[in-house]
Ligand binder design. Structure first.
Ligand code: GUN
Ligand code: ZN
Length: 427
């Protein structure tokens, strides 16, 4: 088996830059990644790795920055076709645009077509792993995992469960949500690079019985992740209060049904009560920041600095198609802008860490989102001068962070010179 040696600039993280400082991100101007059988075997200085591996095939990416493939910790692949739909806040947006589109996924052929298109868009944008909601239709789950399997991508996904406050044709029941989720979990969880995620959409579209049934399923499969939405908009929170009058707060609607735990992923988590913050931290749950969505749907400003400082586990996500982009670069830019509005600009090291290792940590996967021996060889080659506008700014940069920041703020899929999944080049 011939090894592949990829040469370029590297950034390696020794820790979480929010906690250890931005020097946790180390720059290697002349770096190398040795890949064998889809796995990263060694990472280091070019000269040392070249000398030690004279037989390796060399791939010289010049001044391009080799980074882990981006990890999008929360998305809705079925919303690919209706991304950028105008003028609504969350509840109206769901009813006007989202639910009608998701109804179309009862057609397996349509689901397959969108799943293929979506994963191609991710690869084009340098995202090699995603944690996605599907629709209530089991076919929509099969479609995404099948498309991911064909690309050998590490994908996390689950059937979205809803048994109330959704239109006819887009509701299951407590029992069928349990049965269908269980069957899909048995079919896909741990098959190749697939992980099944138990997926109640959010408390307003599930009865307490359905939340309880999914809590029971999670208790039977504690190694699975569970994903949902939490405290995204103030109107939504008031609605949850009216639907669950006995709950102490929004998080409690999950907690009382067995849906709070360390493998729990809570999208948005903007308007949190002190008790909710305490409980999320105590159990080590994952919070997912969805900045383009939070501005697009008008939801609010995530408290990144405060939540990080109190020790929460936080990832970054597009939330396609409430989010207005497929790009984790654009998502980092939006996270920066929200940081500015909260008086705490995020450093490029922090943004990059969130989009890779931070998201992977919320997914409890230490083989993606990082360049280190033993990790899966999912990586990208980033062109730091992909457009004239970016190039003229990067040209006067004095260090790697200043060279990277214009691509974070202004870059798109054109910045992705190449995307590799398990060592294979897909772009
Ligand atoms: N809350 C419940 N469902 C959704 C969804 O599809 N997108 C967003 N942004 N929030 C939600
Ligand atoms: Zn979402």
């Amino acid at each position: 088996m011939t090894a592949d040696l990829h040469l370029g600039q590297l950034i390696l993280f020794d820790g979480n830059p929010f906690l250890s400082g931005v020097s946790a991100g180390r720059h290697l101007r002349s770096g190398a990644i040795l890949v064998e059988s889809g796995t990263i075997v060694r990472v280091g200085e070019t000269e040392a790795l070249r000398d030690a591996n004279p037989q390796a095939r060399i791939h010289d990416h010049g001044a391009r920055l080799l980074l882990p493939g981006f990890v999008d910790a929360h998305a809705h692949y079925p919303q690919t076709g209706m991304i950028a739909s105008w003028g609504k806040r969350l509840i109206d947006w769901l009813n006007s645009y989202t639910f009608p589109e998701e109804m179309r996924f009862d057609d397996a052929a349509y689901a397959a077509e969108v799943a293929e298109r979506y994963l191609d868009l991710l690869i084009a944008h340098g995202t090699t792993s995603v944690c996605s909601f599907c629709t209530i239709h089991p076919e929509s789950v099969d479609a995404l995992f099948s498309a991911a399997e064909a690309r050998n991508m590490r994908v996390f996904a689950g059937k979205t469960c809803m048994d109330r406050n959704a239109p006819d044709g887009l509701r299951d029941t407590a029992q069928s949500a349990y049965d269908d989720s269980k069957a899909l979990l048995a079919r896909w969880h741990g098959r190749g690079r697939a992980s099944y995620v138990i997926t109640p959409r959010f408390s307003p579209t599930s009865t307490p019985e359905q939340l309880g049934a999914l809590g029971a399923l999670w208790a039977e499969h504690p190694d699975c992740l569970m994903q949902t939405h939490l405290s995204e908009q103030v109107e939504e929170i008031a609605w949850v209060k009216s639907l669950y009058p006995r709950a102490r707060d929004y998080l409690d609607t999950y907690e009382m049904h067995g849906l709070l735990g360390k493998g729990g992923l809570y999208g948005h988590a903007i308007h949190l009560e002190p008790r909710e913050r305490d409980r999320l931290r105590e159990v080590g749950a994952g919070l997912v920041h969805c900045p383009t969505s939070n501005t697009f749907i008008g939801s609010g400003l995530f408290d990144m600095a405060g939540l990080m400082a109190e020790g929460q586990r936080i990832g970054l996500a597009t939330d396609t198609g409430g989010g207005s982009s497929f790009s984790m670069l654009r998502t980092m830019a939006a996270a920066y802008e929200i940081g500015q509005l909260r008086g705490r600009p995020l450093h490029p090291a922090e943004l990059l860490w969130l989009a890779t290792e931070g998201s992977a940590d919320t997914l409890r996967d230490d083989r993606i989102g990082r360049l280190k021996p033993g990790a899966d060889a999912d990586f990208i080659a980033l062109d730091l001068a992909s457009t004239p506008a970016i190039a003229q700014r990067a040209d006067r940069a004095e260090d790697i962070w200043e060279a990277l920041f214009p691509t974070i703020m202004m870059g798109d899929d054109r910045a992705m010179s190449g995307t590799w999944v398990a060592g294979e080049r897909l772009k």
